[in-house]
Design a protein around this ligand. Structure first.
Ligand SMILES: C[S@@+](CC[C@H](N)C(=O)[O-])C[C@H]1O[C@@H](n2cnc3c(N)ncnc32)[C@H](O)[C@@H]1O
Length: 320
């Protein structure tokens, strides 16, 4: 990477974010139609590193890291083995403790000096990644950016638990959420509402430190203390750990284990993978057609949408 110029001042990031947001509201970005997710594009890629295991990085991410001169990464949330394995030739800088005023000129100047810059987020950058504000600030400075998706930690956790987050007749929806705290007010905390719905698998990010109080609130609000909860600490890392319990018991179990960060908390019956019904998908429906008259044919003939687990014969959404 080249030396940084002395004058690294950037536009005030908040004004840049406001301006970019306003522009987005009024005109669609041509790049949306010109590129597919996964395409290598001009500018700085915001890459999802995945949950931890370096092998859960995408091929696209790996290729971009191989070409990088500067990698700005999410500190301890990104496995150092991944950095050593895939970008040992690049300068690596942790973003922890750096504000936008520092990060934006760092990436902008390196990019303008001709360096390949990669911004590496944990999991998928689109989930609690605060990526868009960095991208907007960079775009406002004339530096193109784009997303490269990654495996979010909820998906790593479901793989660890050997279950699905959606399960026919058990869970029709998935909520990615976080508990109230400094960022989220009590009114904006919807965990109780998701649990109340009954057929939602609730995946709580950024809530390891607050599991006991979150569960206490659910009990105080009258939710069934027997609803299953799993906590997957450091999913896919060598020290991964799994705690099973219920709304009534998981808080104490977590306190005993002593984890205060880096865990995925999953609430709902899908945690156990029990009680589901076989899907229509592998029950001959796709061949019979929605009316059971054999007219359905190959779902793909209709170019209809497909689902993997529970195609609904009441709709024309077929399956594959
Ligand atoms: C700032 S958020 C980033 C989430 C990330 N963008 C993702 O898609 O997974 C950090 C939170 O993600 C969850 N998390 C990240 N990596 C994890 C892992 N390997 N295992 C379990 N939870 C993880 C934890 O809840 C942690 O508090």
């Amino acid at each position: 990477m080249s030396d940084q110029p002395e004058d690294t001042a950037a536009t005030d990031p908040q004004s840049a974010i406001d301006a970019q947001g306003e522009q987005r509201r009024t005109e669609l970005d041509d790049r949306i139609f010109d590129h597919n997710a996964g395409d290598e594009q001009e500018g700085i890629p915001f890459v999802g590193a995945g949950p931890g295991d370096p092998r859960l990085l995408t091929v696209a991410g790996k290729e971009l890291l191989a070409e990088a001169d500067l990698v700005v990464h999410a500190g301890s949330l990104v496995n150092s083995e991944l950095l050593e394995e895939y970008c040992d030739h690049a300068e690596t800088v942790s973003s922890i403790g750096k504000d936008l005023e520092e990060l934006i000129p760092l990436m902008r100047d390196a990019h303008e000096d001709g360096d390949n810059v990669v911004r590496l987020h944990s999991g998928d950058p689109a989930i609690y990644g605060a990526a868009l504000e960095q991208m907007d600030a960079l775009e406002h400075e004339g530096v193109p950016t784009y997303f490269v998706p990654g495996v979010t930690s909820a998906f790593a956790a479901s793989a660890t638990l050997r279950t699905q987050l959606t399960l026919n007749e058990v869970s029709n929806h998935v909520a990615f959420t976080r508990p109230q705290g400094e960022t989220l007010t009590e009114e904006d905390d919807h965990i109780g509402e998701f649990v109340e719905m009954g057929d939602v698998t609730t995946c709580i990010y950024l809530g390891t430190h607050a599991v006991a109080e979150t569960m206490d609130r659910l009990i105080d609000d009258g939710h069934d203390p027997e609803i299953p909860v799993a906590v997957v600490y450091h999913a896919s890392w060598p020290d991964e750990d799994v705690l099973y319990g219920t709304i009534g018991t998981i808080g104490e179990k977590l306190d005993e284990a002593g984890y205060r960060a880096s865990a995925m908390v999953i609430i709902g019956e899908a945690v156990t993978g029990a009680g589901y019904e076989r899907s229509y998908l592998y029950d001959g429906w796709a061949d019979r057609g929605p009316d059971g008259d054999g007219a359905g044919g190959d779902a793909s003939d209709d170019e209809t949408e497909t689902t993997d687990d529970s195609a609904n014969p009441d709709t024309t959404e077929a399956t594959q």
